[in-house]
Ligand binder design. Structure first.
Ligand code: ATP
Ligand code: MG
Length: 183
């Protein structure tokens, strides 16, 4: 499975609809300080269901909406879509039949979130479930941002176990057990 492109609109500094393509297995994003490189990574985390504003370098969850700049008024909503190539059927079960999987999240100023899977409205849980155990997800080790390596080195054994469980693919079973126990 490969990320094909990210489509952003109204997200942080990406006020106008922008498509960032990833045409090969390795892509680099370069640009001057403050041009929005890290905002793209924040967008990936956000669309996969990140629910902590701090992890997105903001104070509140609506801080991801473009809040205006010189000559541009703030906008009312932010939207990010990730398009994955699933032609190798990495995603099993009901998703295996889709060559392309698109997930989208939208938030408005009144902090209402909406999630879409291949264009159809879904729950946040539907999105997080897809990626559980794949190594992808808002907090997964697939995204190594500034400070993560030192966090790993300094983490307590029980925190380190969360990373290992995700890598080993057992976190989804633990999550399901938790859900069953809470019913
Ligand atoms: P560096 O090389 O320093 O790491 P970068 O390319 O990673 O820089 P980012 O941190 O992605 O840069 O982008 C920071 C820019 O995004 C700042 O100019 C900031 O004003 C802008 N920005 C962040 N949130 C918003 C928002 N909600 N609305 C408008 N602009 C925003
Ligand atoms: Mg940066």
């Amino acid at each position: 499975m490969r990320l094909k492109c990210i489509k952003l609109a109204g997200f942080k500094s990406f006020v106008d609809p922008t498509t960032v393509p990833f045409p090969t297995n390795m892509s680099g994003i370069v640009g001057p300080n403050g041009c929005g490189k890290s905002n793209i990574i924040d967008a990936v985390r956000w669309v996969m269901g990140e629910s902590s504003a701090k992890n997105l370098r903001g104070e509140s969850m609506t801080d991801v909406i473009f809040n205006g700049s010189k000559g541009r008024k703030p906008v009312g909503q932010a939207s990010v879509e990730l398009v994955f190539d699933n032609s190798d059927s990495t995603l099993k079960g009901e998703y295996a039949k889709y060559n392309e999987i698109s997930i989208r999240r939208k938030v408005t100023r009144d902090a209402k979130n909406a999630y879409y899977l291949n264009g159809v409205k879904c729950r946040r849980k539907d999105i997080t479930d897809i990626f559980l155990g794949t190594g992808l997800g808002p907090r997964s080790y697939a995204i190594i941002s500034q400070g993560i390596v030192s966090n790993l080195i300094e983490s307590k054994p029980e925190e380190l176990r969360v990373f290992i469980e995700e890598a080993a693919g057992i976190s989804k079973y633990k999550e399901r057990r938790r859900e069953t126990e809470n019913r």
